[in-house]
Design a protein around this ligand. Structure first.
Ligand SMILES: NC(=[NH2+])NCCC[C@H](N)C(=O)O
Length: 409
């Protein structure tokens, strides 16, 4: 038990959240590598930052403490020994094998104040920034036209995915794609060395060194007893089993994992792109997944084993039963209209961030879905989103809640 991390629902009053303001990493996107870096277009950074600042402002106005990844990372890496350990690991995972290049990069990064070093690693290092003093490998001599020694990490503003808080612990995730794998190193060092985290002894329900991928966009905390995890393009059944075992073993109060198997495609990359919780008994859903969705239940068996069941009931019944509710309402993105739902879901119409029961932050461009939510009695706080949405993630993806007040659910 610690007082730093507490997430026992999707909707309890949000008190503290981790964000990352998009930085120069976004300016290192070029058309040639967009797909590999998981972008469909290049956001205009200045406007993306203004939109992101508005997001942070709405959170603060609603009594949420906003902390930034860069600040936590800078503070975790302030000690020189820790900084070197981090840089060595970053070089390994960036596949910097040439000894001279590695040394040149490390010297370059160490010459900066820690916060600039963190920014630089996030934004990537271009080849012309570094001079190699002595040739120690064939690669040092051979010049290909790939522009970077260290790739940019433009997806960092989706803080939801590298890690997720569940109860009083976190999953430190193994990302599905190479493009995002190094992102979790920041969280690893924060967890291990940041004063507040270190003192709090936060349990890890999953570790990034495990071989199976899992991403936070697939992890939804439905109640203090039930977690929903998407089995998706990004999250594997093996990782879900490991998380379930750890949650059940540690006496966290969690009793059930509902596994939502969703189609494995880019438009539905994580569960939270098609399904989120907005109130005690209300959920948003992309109508296109209702047909193909399969739900499985994982519960605790004897002697640290797991029990599995395919639940073929309608989704409403499954949720009612899991949350002990008399009724639930599934609110369709775009009102269920094929074109509107498709368009708004592409811009994260279902990707709402609840900051209290019945209060959500959404993108203002999804005006049809926003109006429907409003009519259903949900308070909708919408933020500008022309540029942020180009990264294919909405308010839920752009936030890692650290602390929510407990609710009765
Ligand atoms: N939780 C989410 N839905 N995150 C969206 C992340 C988008 C990002 N471009 C990616 O492909 O990884």
């Amino acid at each position: 038990m610690n007082s730093l991390i507490n997430i026992t629902s999707e909707i309890g009053k949000l008190k503290k959240v981790l964000l990352h303001r998009p930085g120069n990493e976004v300016e290192n996107l070029v058309p040639e590598y967009l797909g590999r870096l998981l972008f469909d277009d290049i956001p205009y950074l200045k406007i993306a930052q203004e939109e992101h600042d508005k997001f942070a402002q709405v959170l603060r106005e609603n009594d949420v403490e906003v902390v930034y990844l860069e600040e936590l990372a800078t503070s975790a890496l302030s000690d020189d020994k820790i900084k070197i350990e981090f840089l060595e690991e970053m070089m390994d995972e960036s596949r910097i094998n040439s000894p001279s290049l590695r040394q040149a990069l490390i010297e370059y990064l160490l010459s900066m104040p820690t916060s600039s070093m963190v920014d630089k690693i996030m934004s990537g290092i271009r080849k012309e920034e570094i001079k190699i003093k002595e040739v120690t490998s064939l690669a040092d001599l051979m010049m290909d036209d790939y522009p970077f020694y260290l790739d940019p990490m433009p997806n960092l503003y989706f803080t939801r995915d590298p890690g997720a808080a569940i109860g009083n612990g976190i999953t430190l995730n193994k990302m599905h794609t190479e493009a995002r794998r190094r992102e979790t190193l920041f969280l690893k060092y924060i967890h291990k060395y940041h004063k507040d985290f270190k003192e709090s002894n936060i349990p890890l329900w999953y570790d990034r060194t495990l071989p199976f991928s899992i991403e936070g966009g697939d992890e939804l905390i439905l109640s203090s007893k039930v977690v929903a995890i998407g089995c998706s393009e990004r999250t594997s059944p093996e990782a879900i089993e490991i998380v379930a075992k750890n949650l059940f073993k540690e006496n966290t109060g969690f009793e059930k994992v509902l596994v939502f198997e969703i189609p494995k495609c880019r438009a539905f990359m994580h569960l939270d792109t098609v399904f989120t919780m907005v109130d005690y008994d209300k959920f948003t859903i992309h109508p296109a997944i209702q047909g193909p969705l399969s739900v499985y239940e994982v519960t605790k068996g004897a002697n640290n084993t797991l029990k599995f069941k395919h639940n073929t009931s309608p989704l409403e019944e499954i949720l009612k039963d899991a949350l002990k509710l008399d009724s639930v309402e599934l609110i369709k993105c775009g009102g269920g209209d094929f074109i509107v739902a498709g368009r708004e879901q592409w811009n994260d119409g279902s990707n709402t961030l609840s900051i209290a029961p019945g209060v959500v932050i959404t993108y203002e461009r999804n005006y049809v879905t926003n109006e429907i939510l409003d009519k259903k009695g949900i308070k909708v706080l919408s933020i500008p989103s022309s540029e942020l949405s180009r990264g294919r993630g909405g308010p839920r993806c752009m936030s890692m809640p650290l602390y929510r007040e407990n609710i009765n659910l």
